[in-house]
Design a protein around this ligand. Structure first.
Ligand code: PEP
Length: 248
């Protein structure tokens, strides 16, 4: 039986004061939450979040990392640095990283490998643009994004990872994939992995991300292959985030 995982992606939001209020609100409302819960926060706040959440049921992580271990890479942050702040998770291949910063499937696979080598659980984000969906190549795009990681790390590596299916057209737009649309892609991803390893497929947590809110979470999380959510905007409001966590 897979446990649901609801993870907040704060993106480039927050301040010391805002984070303190948000985390206090979430911690206060965790009673009755059965899902696993995590927050992926901007690098400068990892120490604050670690101090606030250590000993709680909530885990934390980062939103990106370097594929390099160390060296002259100005502005980059390594996996080992994230481990210093006890990160459990790190997002790799978020569509904003792919689209705005030009991250390729191969680079994302390198980051995935480096995260696992450091003992973290990568949350591998995959998903198609609107143009790709309209061109009926959603499965081909998601397949290509998954294949890059499987080629580099092997299918067994997915046993120590999370996949987040995030249709790009649904991220931050207020347009959510319908439960049927999302379920179809989740089932496709699981079936693809099952062709290589049934046990890995059965255990794989596949989150949905893209304008998930309190008012659509129950239906989305009720789908058989949707194992949680990666939450952007709604993760910045404690009540809204908790409502999604309770739906899981
Ligand atoms: C995200 O950034 O991963 C995301 C899903 O954002 P939003 O929930 O705001 O669409």
């Amino acid at each position: 039986m897979r446990r649901k995982l609801v993870a907040g992606n704060w993106k480039m939001h927050g301040s010391l004061a805002e984070n303190e209020a948000l985390l206090s609100g979430i911690l206060a409302g965790m009673g009755g939450v059965k899902a696993d819960v995590a927050v992926c926060v901007p690098f400068p706040y990892l120490a604050q979040v670690q101090a606030k959440l250590t000993g709680s049921a909530i885990r934390w992580g980062a939103q990106n990392m370097s594929q390099q271990a160390r060296g002259a890479y100005t502005g980059e942050v390594s996996a080992a640095m994230l481990k210093d702040f006890a990160c459990t998770y790190v997002l790799v291949g978020h569509s904003e990283r792919r689209a705005i910063y030009g991250e390729s499937d191969e680079l994302v696979a390198e980051k995935f490998a480096a995260a696992q080598a450091a003992g973290m659980t990568p949350i591998l984000c995959v998903g198609e643009t609107l143009r790709e969906r309209e061109g009926c190549i959603t499965e081909a795009v998601v397949s290509r994004q998954m294949d890059a990681v499987i080629a580099k790390c092997g299918v067994a590596a997915l046993a120590r990872a999370v996949v987040a299916y995030e249709p790009v057209w649904a991220i931050g737009t207020g347009v959510t994939a319908s439960p049927d649309q999302a379920q179809a892609v989740h089932a496709y991803i699981r079936a693809k992995v099952r062709e290589l390893d049934a046990a890995v497929a059965d255990g794989l947590i596949i989150q949905y991300g893209g304008s998930m809110k309190a008012n659509n979470a129950v239906e989305l999380l009720g789908q058989p292959d949707i194992d949680g959510g990666l939450i952007g905007g709604a993760a910045l409001n404690a009540e809204e985030f908790l409502a999604i966590c309770r739906a899981g």
